[in-house]
Write a protein that binds this ligand. Sequence first.
Ligand code: GCO
Ligand code: MN
Ligand code: MN
Length: 398
Amino acid sequence: MSAPDPFNPSPSRGDRFTFGLWTIGNPGADPFGPAVRPRISPVEIVEGLSKAGAWGVNLHDNDLIPFGASAAERDAKVAEFQSALRDNNMVVPMATTNLFSHPVFRDGAFTASDAKVRAFAVRKAMRAIELGVELGAGTVVFWGGREGVETDAARDCRDAILWYRECLNFLSHWTKDQGWDLKFALEAKPNEPRGDIYLPTTGHMLHFIETLDLPKMCGVNPEVAHENMPGLSMVHAVGQAMEAGKLFHIDLNGQRIGRYDQDLRFASEDLKGAFFLVRLLEGTGGYEAYQGPLHFDAHAYRTEDCQGVWDFAAGCMRSYKILAAKTKAFDADAEVQEIIAANHVDPENIGPILGKFSLENRDALNKLDLDPDALAAQGHRYERLDQLAMEHIMGVRG
Ligand code: GCO
Ligand code: MN
Ligand code: MN
């Protein structure tokens, strides 16, 4: 008998891994100190990511084209970038707009109180969407970093939400009018750089989307760090988005609860959270797998030089693949299946009664023999189940 193939966590194009120009190109500046390494150029990023086994690269307009560049400068940058993409067999699945760096956005972009700023932001987003389409992107991310306040004396948040909606409606109608079949993915974050950002969680975004003119075109781009900063569950945010058919994109990284947005290497914090997130995305525990790009919105530690940046990128992809293999083994584990099955019980076929209200189902519900003490008597064995998950993660099982 031949030995099974050893597990290979090396990434390849089929894994659909992507990084942003701003993530690999992050030179390590922080609010307390300047850049510590040279900014890797867009062309070098495309080459390096391709060698590392990634599938694509994403960008903000200004990651490639400096703010205020002439048309000729823009076209030259785009042409150079496109030829690097072609030479290295890389795609651009997602494009986004920088609506946060220029001081014009210091009090917001789509939610700025000055209508001229909002107009400038929408026009900038139109140019960024055009760029995305030129590069072949199918998804446009909107992250409203400056859409918030330090003081609520500044504006009524109902005005902000109304203006946010108007701008997104304008952009989605314009996109349709251009004949483009694009998806908009809205990314929530609770704070940073603003004291409080509007629509702070994926859950808030999911509701807001339903109030837009073209809700089908819009979904979410949840980020591990942004849900974990306030101590929320990324697994539940993503699960709710998937259940609603709204997981259009995802920002994978690592984060400790209660801190600034750390954007750490994927799975380097909260390994168990990362395991259950990958399980959800891979669909090993049930339901369909997520089919979109697996994007890492993270950057290397400030301690690193360029070699460290590539170590960081490899680490994100390897950890995802290792966890994908672990979740597969976890869900194939007979003891795991047995504990889950023992809890998911309905021998009297009660589910359909609750599935739809009718007078018959009301009567059937009232007739059921339900003994709370008997139902409460048995434990659920989740201690054992979770330990099994831990032992798979720790590599002593599976
Ligand atoms: C952040 C955000 C950004 C966005 C990016 C895409 O906290 O800085 O996560 O990295 O994801 O701007 O729109
Ligand atoms: Mn972030
Ligand atoms: Mn992000």
